[in-house]
Design a protein around this ligand. Structure first.
Ligand code: NAD
Length: 298
């Protein structure tokens, strides 16, 4: 049994903490928002009054927070109270620079550190089937691996501090671009009088095949079940895709990497969110592009 402090008990954090608890670990959670505290308590997660109380004596501290600024300020608050040589795992999706900074801060405090953002969404958090993309030393990764195995089905050691966040934003930049491309192909097919089922049959087994076509098709009643079959209820919300695309563009400009399609994808998801679709699944881009078709035609 390991003593684990879990800070940030929202949509992702609460079920992740619960899976660790079910596996026999002792969890002491913390969240600043009363509603999140209440629902974590209802799930049976014990809560600390303050983040410092949660981390004292813990072998592992896990963060699942909204962004880099919050992850940094929480880390600064708790580091001095953590057990020497214990492990800090930041599972939040944050910018690469902040992630690298967390590693620096932890090193100075004699704390092991991993950046370990996830893929798999709320369903993956509930089912314990997340994928972890992990940055940090090999020794720290080996300390964290048994816990990733409880919360997820795969963890990949991507490299040094920050490598997990880098992998996450590169993957999601490609996902955003491929989803928009997939939506465009299906909309064009429709206007050309081609059945979307026929196009799926072709693309899913041809050179256009990709996860957005094959596993998460944005057209209702085509391909395996996806949010398109449930009125685009998220799944993975457009606002979260926008967040990840924005992080990709921030990183790209810091290292001067040309990502013209990533930049364009970020702009389109910004427009989709600005049009009031922040909670809609990101595959709902197809409906947003359709409104553009109609606007441009009239
Ligand atoms: P969420 O908003 O539901 O949860 C974040 C929690 O952090 C909230 O309960 C909030 O009250 C809490 N919090 C904020 N400031 C705090 C502080 N100072 N101290 C303690 N708690 C604090 O968000 P989520 O959907 O659970 O996502 C968490 C992270 O996981 C984000 O970085 C997100 O980008 C990433 N992520 C989310 C998904 C998804 O599908 N929801 C998928 C992959 C990655």
């Amino acid at each position: 049994m390991t003593k684990i402090a879990f800070i940030g008990l929202g949509n992702m954090g609460a079920p992740m903490a619960l899976n660790l608890q079910k596996a026999g670990h002792e969890i002491l959670g913390f969240d600043v928002v009363p509603a999140a505290q209440e629902s974590a308590k209802n799930l049976g997660i014990e809560l600390a009054k303050h983040n410092i109380d949660a981390v004292q004596g813990a072998d592992i501290t896990i963060l699942m927070l909204p962004n880099g600024a919050i992850a940094t300020s929480v880390t600064k608050e708790v580091l001095g109270e953590m057990k020497q040589e214990s492990l800090l795992i930041d599972c939040s999706t944050i910018d690469v620079s902040s992630a690298k900074n967390l590693h620096e801060l932890a090193k100075k405090a004699n704390i092991h550190c991993l950046d370990a953002p996830v893929s798999g969404g709320v369903g993956g958090a509930l089912g314990g089937t997340l994928t972890f993309m992990v940055g940090g030393t090999r020794a720290a990764f080996e300390m964290g691996e048994p816990y990733f195995d409880v919360m997820g089905q795969k963890s990949v050691h991507c490299g040094d501090g920050g490598a997990g966040q880098s992998a996450k934003i590169c993957n999601n930049m490609l996902l955003g671009i491929s989803m928009i491309g997939t939506c465009e192909a299906f909309l064009l097919a429709d206007r050309l009088g081609l059945s979307q089922a026929a196009l799926f049959d072709v693309m899913s087994t041809s050179s256009g095949s990709c996860w957005s076509v094959n596993a998460y098709c944005p057209v209702p009643d085509v391909g395996p079940k996806s949010p398109a079959d449930n009125d685009y209820k998220a799944g993975f919300a457009a606002a979260l895709m926008l967040k990840d695309l924005t992080l990709s563009q921030q990183a790209a400009s810091e290292v001067k990497s040309a990502t013209p399609l990533g930049e364009h994808a970020q702009k389109l998801y910004q427009q989709m969110v600005d049009a009031g679709n922040d909670g809609v699944d990101f595959s709902g881009m197809i409906r947003f592009l359709q409104t553009k078709n109609i606007e441009e035609k009239t």
